[in-house]
Design a protein around this ligand. Sequence first.
Ligand SMILES: [Zn+2]
Length: 112
Amino acid sequence: MTSQTEPDVARLYKREFAAAHIIAGHPKCGRQHGHNYTLVAKVYGRSSEWLDFEEVKRKVDGFIDERYDHRDMGNMTCERLARQIQEQLSILFQTRVKIELWETGKFGIETA
Ligand SMILES: [Zn+2]
């Protein structure tokens, strides 16, 4: 049984961004290289309420453009990057946010 305030839906927004990183000590990824990441942001809420999709887009795009897009992230794993983005988006939306962060077409991270 769910309470009246517990989220029962998530609004989804998908965008891509490009960034460089290096994984120190990794035989292949220890050389600096880039990815075209696909981010899926899931902004949780109640089905009895609504949140403007355009606001979701504006906030996620603004944050990603300012912090990550076309930037060198240094020694940054996909795991840490996913958690960083999740934490910052949770603050931005003031609600539970989970994300999927796809580093390639086959491999990605989903935050718990
Ligand atoms: Zn990589």
